[in-house]
Design a protein around this ligand. Structure first.
Ligand SMILES: NC(=O)c1ccc[n+]([C@@H]2O[C@H](COP(=O)([O-])OP(=O)(O)OC[C@H]3O[C@@H](n4cnc5c(N)ncnc54)[C@H](OP(=O)(O)O)[C@@H]3O)[C@@H](O)[C@H]2O)c1
Length: 213
């Protein structure tokens, strides 16, 4: 949508050592031009940097998100925080920002300011329709389109559809690139797609077939 090529972008991952953050890190490490990693615990960051080095990937690490915001074209926020914790005031005006946290990571006032550059990441959509019993979606999921849910929930649904009653990505470090590709294949088989981009202000762009809530 923005006409960007990953291999020409600097990527900053906030909370790169967490489960979701490290999954994003290892999946995207060799696909971007520059990799910037952030977490509070510098020991875990150094271990991650060494592992990436062993994979021939150069990375830059910091405990302060603001350090690399001015040079990042894409920012992924995947911290476990009780309420929005990050101000992205220092980021590039044309940066694309994925807020994958639940609760959200990015302070909403700023997300409003950035508008259509922030999207809620990690969301999928079931094209064939999604029903829950009891239906708690209106209480929990205030999303602008029908049939949208978190990727972690949809992963379980996909595995159940395949009759695979197993632990797939649960546990630290199990979201590996090969597993991402595997679940993506299953998603395509069952018509689970990426959610259209949206944030608290609504959809980035409405498509003709979008059935709004
Ligand atoms: N969309 C989806 O399908 C989906 C799926 C699973 C999880 N999530 C969401 O993704 C987020 C992360 O989940 P997770 O399972 O990856 O959690 P996790 O494994 O506990 O990792 C959380 C990371 O957050 C970092 N962190 C915590 N507070 C921070 C702060 N104030 N500043 C910077 N870093 C901070 C921690 O590292 P340090 O302590 O070193 O900072 C840790 O590495 C959660 O909000 C979760 O709800 C979304």
């Amino acid at each position: 949508m923005r006409g960007r090529k990953l291999n020409d972008c600097g990527l900053l991952i906030i909370s790169s050592t967490g489960d979701i953050g490290s999954g994003c890190t290892y999946y995207l490490a060799d696909k971007v031009k520059a990799l910037f990693l952030c977490a509070r615990n510098s020991d875990r960051l150094q271990v991650q940097q060494r592992r990436l080095c062993n994979l021939q990937v150069e990375s830059h690490v910091t405990t302060s998100p603001a350090e690399f915001l001015p040079v990042a074209d894409i920012v992924i926020c995947a911290a476990s925080v009780a309420s929005p914790a990050f101000s992205l005031r220092a980021c590039k005006t044309d940066a694309v920002i994925c807020d994958a946290g639940y609760p959200k990571n990015i302070q909403p006032t700023l997300a409003n300011m950035i508008g259509e550059s922030v999207f809620f990441g990690g969301m999928g959509r079931v094209l064939g329709g999604l029903q829950c019993e009891p239906d708690l979606r209106q209480a929990c999921y205030g999303y602008p389109l029908l049939n949208i849910a978190h990727g972690c929930m949809l992963e379980g649904v996909l595995l159940a559809l395949e009759g695979r009653h197993e632990v797939f990505s649960q546990g630290r470090g199990n979201i590996k690139p090969t597993r991402v590709e595997e679940i993506w294949q299953l998603a395509q088989k069952h018509s689970f797609v990426l959610s259209p981009f949206f944030n608290q202000r609504g959809l980035w762009a409405k498509q003709p077939n979008d059935e709004e809530v």
